[in-house]
Write a protein that binds this ligand. Structure first.
Ligand SMILES: [Zn+2]
Length: 300
């Protein structure tokens, strides 16, 4: 990862979740983005924040997640080259700012915004205190566990299983195209963002991924919330298994070291998790935060 990529990656998450205000956006070039077709009218958009998934055909325009207002505008300008339709459905996979702050822009063109009730609840209670939170736009259609609808020739299905990356994650399936947006349930080959205050559950996360691994098939194309390069934000079931196995190794490693009597302070200083030495850090302290979450969870 070169310096520019690293700064960008750091900012994707940092700006979305940690920073007060939006000063960090200033040095980023929002023209440096990827808008790419996948299959059957679906595609991805990678800029700052979580990957946007999209579908365009003659009778439907769908977008999954919204990034930030500025990057959402760049995205919508690309979409307008493909269609004159408005957005039939804007879907939020979870409440984090780098997935929902752009609702304030894309929402102007969307007939409906759909998310889990927990996503909206957390968006209201957790996304507070930054400039981005002054103009929050929430889903106007919510569901607890499952949601489905048919638009034109595409059947859509989304579901929430248990708290995982947050208390309100949902996975979104374009059934006919067999393309799934995993939201932030997959940080592909990079340490995930885990914050217990977002109602994250490492055990729940493993359960949710196991369910997705069983639910979808080998032809399913998966879109991921984050990775270290635009070519890595989509992939196969193998990537789900890798993510799942990392979370399990994280819990197992921390549990073992605690059982051996290692103090938390030492465990927090681990430099890698055995078997996952190739995981990349998108920001400083990424693994430490994962270990911290594991320590909290093992004490629950
Ligand atoms: Zn997230």
């Amino acid at each position: 990862m070169n310096r520019k990529e690293f700064l960008k990656s750091t900012a994707l998450i940092g700006a979305g979740l940690m920073l007060q205000g939006n000063t960090l956006f200033a040095f980023l070039d929002s023209k440096d983005y990827t808008f790419k077709k996948l299959r059957n009218g679906t595609g991805i958009y990678v800029n700052r924040g979580g990957t946007i998934g999209w579908l365009v055909n003659n009778d439907a325009v769908i977008t999954i997640d919204a990034q930030f207002p500025g990057t959402a505008e760049v995205f919508w300008n690309e979409m307008k080259k493909l269609t004159s339709r408005k957005i039939d459905i804007l879907f939020n996979t979870h409440h984090h700012r780098d997935h929902t702050a752009g609702n304030s822009y894309l929402g102007k063109f969307a007939k409906s915004i759909v998310a889990t009730t927990a996503c909206v609840r957390l968006q209201k209670t957790r996304n507070v205190g930054t400039d981005l939170d002054k103009n929050k736009v929430y889903a106007n259609k919510t569901f607890e566990k499952e949601w489905s609808v048919s638009i034109g020739k595409e059947n859509l299905f989304a579901y929430h299983l248990v708290p995982a990356h947050t208390g309100g994650d949902a996975v979104f399936h374009f059934i006919n195209s067999n393309v799934v947006h995993m939201g932030d349930l997959v940080f592909n080959r990079v340490y995930p963002w885990v914050n217990k205050d977002d109602e994250a559950s490492l055990r729940g996360w493993i359960t949710f991924l196991d369910d997705a691994i069983n639910h979808f098939d080998n032809d399913t194309l998966f879109i991921f919330g984050h990775s270290y390069s635009p070519g890595k934000v989509y992939g196969s079931k193998n990537d789900l298994k890798y993510m799942r196995n990392y979370l399990e190794a994280l819990l197992t490693t921390v549990k073992k070291l605690k059982a051996e009597g290692k103090p938390d302070k030492e465990i927090l200083n681990l430099e890698t998790i055995p078997g996952f030495e190739n995981m990349k850090a998108l920001w400083d302290g990424a693994l430490k935060a994962n270990i911290k979450a594991a320590l909290i969870e093992l004490n629950e």
